[in-house]
Structures are given as structure tokens and as C-alpha cells.
Design a protein around this ligand. Structure first.
Ligand SMILES: [Zn+2]
Length: 158
């Protein structure tokens, strides 16, 4: 849909002059196709925003995004942060997943997907080291979503 250019509208400009407003003021265009709405942001903070997987974007750094926010995805006992094989298959299946950005909603009873970390080479995690079970356990135990977001700020992204 194309909106008319209200800045060129003589009626509105006259009204603006009558109000003594010389300048049109600052405003930001909001594009709900690309930018999160308030309710979506709330859903993400709560960690339960349903997102159709074909709307997910894979960023250059291989993390996941929905519109202008990085997100993680619920998947059983795991949550995913990057484009690992599991997320690839979810995406190809065109299903719906719960996405979030909230730190605490993710950390409660779920564990981070280790393959996601190895995709990102996060803190030296790689596929070879993950084959050692005790290393994997340590990583899962010490992983902090809060720290992760410091390295990969989740909102807003462009
Ligand atoms: Zn994963």
C-alpha cells in the first residue's frame, strides 16, 4: 500500500500553520513487515512468541533473527541460537516455533544447543571438542545467555 505524502497536503499544511507548528516534527516510519510490534516484543521477552519458521532470518554471523531482533528458539529441552542442522530442518519443514529474547525465560529448564555454539565457534566451542562428553557438560553448565547477548546484542538489529 502506498500512502499519500501528507507533507505535500495543502489542507494539512494550512492546519499546521494555524497551530503554529513550523516544522513537521520528527517521526519514524514503522514497517510491521520488518520491525517488531510492541506485542511481539513482549512475546519475545516472555519467550513464547510463535513464529513461522519461514519468517526466520539467518544473519551473516549465522545467528537467528525475526524481523529486527535476534532470537533464540524453543525446541524441546534445547534452545537454539544459530543456524544448526536442527534449525535448518525446522525451517525446511515450514512449521511454527516459539521464539524469545528474554534471558531468564530461556535459562530455567532448558539447555543451550551445543551445535549452535559450535556453528558460531562461541568461546572456542567446536565440533571436535564437543565430542568429549565432559567438555559438553561443562559448556552447557557454564553457558550464560546474558553473556551471549553482550556479544550478540539482540535488539534492535538492522
Ligand atoms: Zn541448535
Amino acid at each position: 500500500m502506498k500512502l499519500p505524502d501528507f507533507l505535500q497536503d495543502p489542507e494539512l499544511n494550512r492546519l499546521r500553520q494555524q497551530m503554529g507548528a513550523d516544522k513537521p516534527g520528527e517521526f519514524e516510519l514503522f514497517d510491521p513487515e520488518k520491525q517488531l510490534t510492541w506485542s511481539e516484543r513482549e512475546g519475545l521477552m516472555a519467550g513464547d512468541l510463535p513464529v513461522a519458521t519461514h519468517y526466520l532470518r539467518v544473519l551473516k554471523d549465522k545467528t537467528l533473527a525475526y524481523k529486527n531482533s535476534r532470537v533464540w528458539l524453543h525446541d524441546g529441552q534445547d534452545y537454539h541460537l544459530a543456524y544448526c542442522q536442527r534449525v535448518q530442518s525446522l525451517r525446511h519443514r515450514e512449521t511454527e516455533v516459539l521464539a524469545g529474547t528474554g534471558v531468564f525465560s530461556a535459562a530455567k529448564d532448558q539447555g543451550v544447543c551445543l551445535e549452535c555454539l559450535s556453528v558460531l565457534l562461541y568461546q572456542g566451542v567446536d565440533a571436535r571438542r564437543l565430542r568429549r562428553a565432559e567438555f559438553s557438560e561443562q559448556i552447557r553448565e557454564h553457558f550464560s545467555l546474558e553473556e551471549f547477548w553482550q556479544e550478540y546484542p539482540f535488539y534492535p538489529i538492522t
